[in-house]
Design a protein around this ligand. Structure first.
Ligand code: ADP
Length: 461
């Protein structure tokens, strides 16, 4: 089966969040199951020739998968992928509709006629639109089916009517984009794609309701016959404490004492000097409301006398300032690192005892899956993929895989953290929980097989 996989970010070439992890890992896994896969992404300024080895040019091969870069200096050689501190780039529609058009043309030039065009989020949602408009009736794409994966419904690619001409499609197709008197790329993608997926089963249901539908709930309900959820996974080549080249000391479920060495070194690195044996709570996240920053910042003052927190993240300036103020007030128990730092993320996953993930909504969430592998127990608000993967240990030790907040509030987070500390003090219980979650298999193998099944189903439609 020939698969073209479109993504605006792919690890290790460009990453702002989980989409890059998935686009880096899923095609690689599909390649292993003998599918013929090509990844297509923009060539950004920061992509170094070295990341691609010798063959850098228009494409490179990594793990048997060809990555094709679409080059357009004016559109993609910028300091950021989508936005600056001031907001989104105003020509995002022009940039990404160009990317999608050019990618499809290139597939023709390469004579790579795909069975499946797998698109991700609004940036590549122009692909199914083009297949049904610009390339309609084109023999080359006659048997191609489109799959659109929604990684986060909150981002939909709204644009103004003046930008419609940048799409280079006929005016009578305007209606598929229009909603609430504005143009919405994701809505058009949902309508035109042959199949829609989200990144966890629970999220695929949540987005059909008003609360999580971000204005598209009714559209998703209408198209629910082609909507399903496939849980994300993680790349154990990148996230594995036994082989991780970044962390201080490798460890496994059988050598958990070496996890403590990572905690000790992490504390040294960030300047947490307390000798007392305190629980270390870690976070690696975007600092936004979605990720529960409002609840966290409210809860922290009630926690920092007793517990230690390290927070790595970038996001809304409001939360940067709030966290810095809290750090000034509690310098011995809170460290915030306001940046994107892949290496530091590894140190936090390995060195923390607990990962705090109080997301208001979470399509899948990768941190809790990484946490499992590193024996770093997740504490979450049970929504989306967090609900699918984290069951409360205090409610059922047998089924428990972490800890959950009862509701979305600072009080609930505080209560959950105190529940964690009771269990943490029972070392035997804690270690058996660590060992259990470290044994889970959230590798891409299983999820990739589910995608292959979906692809094959499209073939039959
Ligand atoms: P989202 O895609 O919504 O940001 P996910 O949990 O799906 O959230 O994926 C986040 C990914 O980005 C994880 O791999 C996480 O480790 C990483 N990440 C988030 N913030 C940072 C940061 N400041 N530095 C390094 N890695 C980060």
């Amino acid at each position: 089966m020939k698969i073209a996989f479109f993504s605006s970010e792919v690890f290790p070439f460009a990453k702002t969040g989980g989409l890059a992890d998935i686009a880096g890992a899923l095609p690689k896994e599909l390649g292993k199951t003998a599918e013929d896969v090509k990844i297509i992404m923009p060539w950004y300024k920061d992509i170094e020739p070295e990341s691609c080895g010798e063959q850098f040019g228009r494409s490179c091969i990594t793990d048997n998968v060809e990555v094709i870069f679409i080059k357009h200096k004016e559109y993609f050689f910028r300091d950021h992928l989508y936005n600056t501190e001031k907001g989104d780039y105003s020509d995002n529609t022009e940039r990404f509709s160009f990317f999608c058009r050019r990618s499809l043309q290139l597939l023709k030039e390469l004579k790579f006629s795909p069975d499946i065009l797998h698109c991700n989020d609004w940036q590549t949602a122009f692909v199914p639109v083009y297949i049904k408009t610009l390339f309609r009736g084109d023999e080359f794409f006659k048997k191609s089916k489109t799959v659109l994966t929604i990684h986060n419904l909150a981002f939909q690619g709204y644009f103004d009517k003046d930008d419609f001409k940048a799409l280079e499609i006929k005016r009578h197709f305007k209606a598929i984009f229009l909603i609430y008197s504005r143009f919405n790329t994701l809505k058009a993608g949902i309508i035109t794609a042959d199949c829609i997926t989200t990144v966890s089963p629970t999220y695929s249901k949540e987005i059909q309701n008003k609360e999580h539908g971000c204005g598209l709930g009714h559209i998703l309900r209408k198209y629910s016959f082609k909507l399903s959820g496939v849980l994300n996974a993680i790349d154990y080549e990148v996230w594995n404490p036994e082989k991780d080249k970044v962390i201080y000391k490798n460890y496994s479920a059988g050598s958990l004492k070496f996890k403590n060495s990572n905690k000790f070194e992490l504390k040294k690195q960030i300047g947490l000097i307390s000798q007392k044996k305190k629980i270390m709570f870690g976070m690696v996240t975007r600092l936004t409301e979605q990720k529960g920053m409002d609840v966290l910042c409210k809860a922290l003052p009630a926690l920092l006398d007793k517990f230690e927190f390290v927070i790595l993240g970038k996001g809304q300036p409001y939360y940067h300032n709030l966290l810095l103020k809290l750090q000034d007030k509690y310098p011995d128990s809170l460290k915030v690192c306001l940046r994107f730092d892949e290496k530091m993320a590894h140190h936090i996953y390995a060195g923390s005892d607990v990962l705090v993930i109080p997301s208001r909504f979470e399509p899948c969430g990768l941190s809790q899956l990484i946490g499992f592998k590193y024996g770093t127990i997740p504490l979450v608000y049970p929504t989306g993929g967090l609900k699918d993967t984290v069951k409360d240990f205090s409610a059922s030790e047998e089924e428990g895989t972490g800890f959950t907040m009862g509701n979305y509030s600072a009080d609930s987070l505080i209560q959950a953290i105190f529940r964690v500390s009771e269990i943490y003090d029972d070392r035997a219980k804690w270690m058996s929980l660590q060992k259990k979650v470290m044994g889970y298999d959230y590798s891409w193998r299983r999820s990739a097989l589910k995608y292959v099944k979906l692809y094959k189903e499209q073939d039959r439609v």
